[in-house]
Design a protein around this ligand. Structure first.
Ligand SMILES: CC(C)(COP(=O)(O)OP(=O)(O)OC[C@H]1O[C@@H](n2cnc3c(N)ncnc32)[C@H](O)[C@@H]1OP(=O)(O)O)[C@@H](O)C(=O)NCCC(=O)NCCS
Length: 156
């Protein structure tokens, strides 16, 4: 856990974050979503979208690095965790480090609750870290409605 370092993402990370995002979803969300749902989800993902999210989109992205390579990232907007992804080959274990860093950043902004829409595969991970399940919901990706679970955590 201690060997990941966290830093803010820059626009120069967009290519790496996009590639990592696709690899994480293809490898780690299998089983929770059908293959055609996963491909619909990723169809519109491009590095430009990550650059847009960091600028006009108002998202703060945090990167986990190990040995100078990007191992995962988290994205926050206001008090919402928009995304959390680790490299399936090199980033396992970075998830909890990034989650704690995101919680710290949200706390620093004065919020007392962090909310997110958990992919179904990630629900046990968030529960382990103190998130409570709320409603079942869905997100629209590539013309498909993908099932997710709204979850929140009261930050102490
Ligand atoms: C969810 C995700 C970010 C977790 O990152 P990770 O680095 O694999 O998780 P960690 O190793 O830090 O996990 C911390 C703990 O949670 C557990 N955990 C992680 N994923 C789990 C899962 N799917 N089910 C049950 N437990 C899980 C780990 O075993 C670990 O427990 P331990 O500390 O007792 O060993 C990662 O699996 C991922 O990128 N998934 C694909 C993208 C995704 O679904 N993101 C969430 C979008 S809302």
């Amino acid at each position: 856990m201690a060997d990941f370092t966290i830093r803010p993402a820059t626009l120069a990370d967009a290519e790496a974050l996009c590639g990592l995002h696709k690899a994480a979803v293809r490898k780690l969300c299998v089983g929770a979503y059908a293959a055609d749902e996963i491909e619909a989800w990723l169809r519109e993902r491009e590095p430009a979208g990550f650059r847009h999210a960091m600028t006009e989109g108002g998202e703060t992205m945090l990167v986990a690095e190990r040995d100078g390579a990007v191992a995962g990232f988290a994205s926050i907007k206001e008090a919402v965790l928009f995304g959390l992804y680790v490299d399936p080959a090199t980033g396992r274990g970075a998830g909890q480090v990034l989650l704690h860093a995101a919680e710290e950043e949200v706390r620093r902004r004065g919020a007392t609750v962090l909310s997110l829409q958990a992919t179904l595969n990630a629900v046990p991970f968030y529960r382990k870290h103190g998130y409570m399940r709320q409603d079942r919901s869905s997100v629209r990706r590539g013309g498909r409605d993908l099932a997710v679970l709204d979850m929140i955590k009261h930050l102490s």
